[in-house]
Design a protein around this ligand. Sequence first.
Ligand SMILES: Nc1ncnc2c1ncn2[C@@H]1O[C@H](COP(=O)(O)OP(=O)(O)OP(=O)(O)O)[C@@H](O)[C@H]1O
Ligand SMILES: [Mg+2]
Length: 398
Amino acid sequence: MGSSLSCCSSEKVDQGYSGTAGGGNHPWRIFTYKELHAATNGFSEDNKLGEGGFGSVFWGKTTDGLQIAVKKLKAMNSKAEMEFAVEVEVLGRVRHKNLLGLRGYCVGTDQRLIVYDYMPNLSLLSHLHGQFAPDVHLDWKRRMKIVLGSAEGLLYLHHEVTPHIIHRDIKASNVLLDSDFEPLVADFGFAKLIPEGVSHMTTRVKGTLGYLAPEYAMWGKVSESCDVYSFGILLLEVVTGRKPIEKLPGGVKRTITEWAEPLILKGRFRDLADPKLRGNFDENQLKMTINVAALCVQNEPEKRPNMKEVVGLLKGQDRPTMMGTRMESIKYKDELMVMDQNSDNDDDDQDGIDDDNDESRHHDDSGAYGVFGAMEAPKMRDPYKRFGNARGINAKLT
Ligand SMILES: Nc1ncnc2c1ncn2[C@@H]1O[C@H](COP(=O)(O)OP(=O)(O)OP(=O)(O)O)[C@@H](O)[C@H]1O
Ligand SMILES: [Mg+2]
């Protein structure tokens, strides 16, 4: 898009085009702090939409009547600056109806803000487990539209944009919903641009426990198939209405794959469907979706389908190669589980619905990114030499 951060470039370009809701070509531009301050009523608590690892998000309205969501960086340090730069850089490269594009940004001496279009139905998380969950806006048809649209957004990132982009933080709070419940994948602050010819890279592990592929959590090995794994977890979450990690009454935490595996093995597909659907779902589509999820969450990344195949399967154009669905479950090591904060809010909440807004309180204020802070990737080992499967995976924290 020819973007440049105004702080560090002499050739400043202060507007451009990016994909936004509905896939239209809307211009982005540089906002002044004063403008955003006025639009959000001084970043007041009343305007706050939620809080994430990056900072807080505020609803606002510009003088020309545009509704915006302003993400305000919470702390200025090099890590946060890097995320800001990555997000703006990546956002500028993407243009797809299922990816939340850039509306603008603001760079001041001690502020970094990103401006997006406001998504009136907030995030998928708010509908599955947050403040909208009791209203059950997500019927089966909408759920299928959300998973297919999100898959198409990811397909674009992995296969259509150059260089290819790995999102690295696919999860329910990063899928936003417009007024028609069309999904828009958001948050590219963790994204990795993959140079041509590179199949995978080793990085520090960031992201959200519960969605992390085993080879990524253990060895920091990142490739497109890490996103495929996270997408598989998202599929399960949308269909079952369960969280990726749940805290059981005794305090033990269980992953969604551990919960689903025995039900799938017994062919009890109907029992996997979200009870909030009250039986109103297409059973064939349910089986197909669970099947695709099972393919995506296989422990060995080479066995997972790519996003082109996932989209083909979800559209019913292709048939899964796997005969008889089996799901490989993973159990994260205790050291990782204690760092998970999403499920800590569960307590004895068995219906999976939180009593108040889940979105505003699942991050601590320690400046951690995602659910846990960046972890050094342990030294690379051949994942499959010592561990036949990834049960009880263990990522060393440093
Ligand atoms: N464009 C938007 N329109 C409407 N609501 C938004 C928008 N962007 C973010 N939000 C709301 O703000 C919340 C916080 O978003 P944010 O991305 O900062 O955190 P997160 O997704 O929960 O966690 P993480 O920092 O790990 O991505 C979201 O869950 C969503 O409800
Ligand atoms: Mg987010």
